[in-house]
Design a protein around this ligand. Structure first.
Ligand code: DP6
Length: 328
């Protein structure tokens, strides 16, 4: 019982931040993302009677006990469903820095969901895969799909309506998302803990939740009409709002470093010269910049001109998660 699958990372244009149910990992808000062409995870899983405990290797290194525990309890959901007890050996590779705010949990859990369910011959629809991937990580629900993707927060208590779906496929609109790497260190406060703190202590949390529906609706419209400045402005706004909520918790979380802030100013300066480029940032210090294909070079040069940014990763809209190999 073996399978290898690949899933691409995604970056939220309208952010997910906050949970309505932590146990079932139900998001408090919907979100809209772009699946990326370059960043991806490949995961191979083998279930066998001969394996005594779940074993996880991340980029060839034995994972930490906390990471193994998270993956193990996620696999328990799949084992229950398949009515098996076999433990698994998992090998997962990211072609980018892990846990530095680069959506490694999104692509990692999406690839694992696909590989594990297929290895156990559970024939799930893309929507069912998305519901399941969400239990591993909220943003992973979106990485099942390529292109422009919307995650629904759902209203049911069991989470069956909290899934992602594709709004438009990758070839619908050729836009670029450039990632400026400011640090390859793992982040100090993970998204899950950050969200809990925001919910419990930020005075702005309620407003964040209340204004999300409007932002989602505006973003759907911007994508539908291919209005790039609108997509960019909304993305920047949602990012700054999410960070305002994280910053206003107690203790406030600062995901940015000095280079991130310099880069935010540089992008706005570039915009003043007439180039429609817009930033977004997740729960880490990397800066992501949205631009049109014709402005890729200028945007890249702009990021590389910021002292401290040594590497820029260029992405287009990326594909659905897919199976790479399975035994028959
Ligand atoms: C800032 O999906 O990593 O990237 O559900 O707790 O695993 P968990 O959180 P995760 O959070 C992602 C937060 C974000 C915004 C986003 O991707 O929408």
């Amino acid at each position: 019982m073996k399978c290898r699958a690949r899933a691409h990372a995604n970056i939220a244009l309208i952010k997910y931040w906050g949970k309505r149910d932590a146990r079932l990992n139900l998001p408090a808000v919907g979100s809209i993302s772009l699946t990326l062409s370059t960043l991806r995870s490949e995961t191979e899983i083998v279930f066998s009677d001969e394996i005594e405990q779940d074993v996880l290797f991340l980029n060839g290194q034995k994972a930490k006990p906390k990471e193994v525990a998270r993956v193990s309890s996620f696999l328990d959901l799949i084992r229950d469903r398949a009515k098996i007890k076999q433990k698994a050996r998992i090998n997962s590779f990211n072609n980018f820095p892990t846990a530095a705010g680069l959506a490694s949990s999104a692509s990692g859990f999406a690839a694992l969901t696909l590989a594990a369910t297929r290895a156990l011959r559970l024939n799930l629809s893309a929507r069912e895969l998305s519901v399941l991937a969400r239990r591993g990580s909220g943003s992973a629900a979106r990485s099942i799909f390529g292109g422009f993707v919307e995650m629904h927060k759902g209203v049911s208590d069991d989470g069956s309506d909290a899934f992602a779906e594709q709004l438009f496929p990758p070839d619908y609109w050729d836009i670029r998302l450039l990632i400026g790497i400011t640090s390859e260190q793992p982040k100090k406060v993970g998204s899950t803990d950050g969200m809990t703190l925001s919910k419990e202590t930020s005075p702005y949390y309620r407003n964040w939740i209340e204004t999300q529906e409007y932002d989602l609706q505006q973003m759907r419209e911007a994508i539908k009409t291919k209005d790039f400045p609108k997509l960019g402005e909304l993305s920047e706004h949602s990012c700054l709002k999410m960070h305002a909520v994280a910053l206003s918790g107690n203790p406030g979380i600062i995901y940015w470093n000095a280079v991130t802030v310099e880069a935010m100013h540089a992008v706005r300066e570039l915009r003043r010269t007439g180039v429609p480029a817009f930033f977004t940032i997740d729960a880490g210090p990397q800066i992501k910049v949205l631009c049109l294909p014709e402005d890729e070079q200028k945007t890249r040069d702009c990021l590389l001109s910021v002292p401290g940014i040594e590497r820029v990763i260029v992405n287009r809209p990326g594909p659905d998660a897919q199976i790479l190999e399975e035994d028959n």
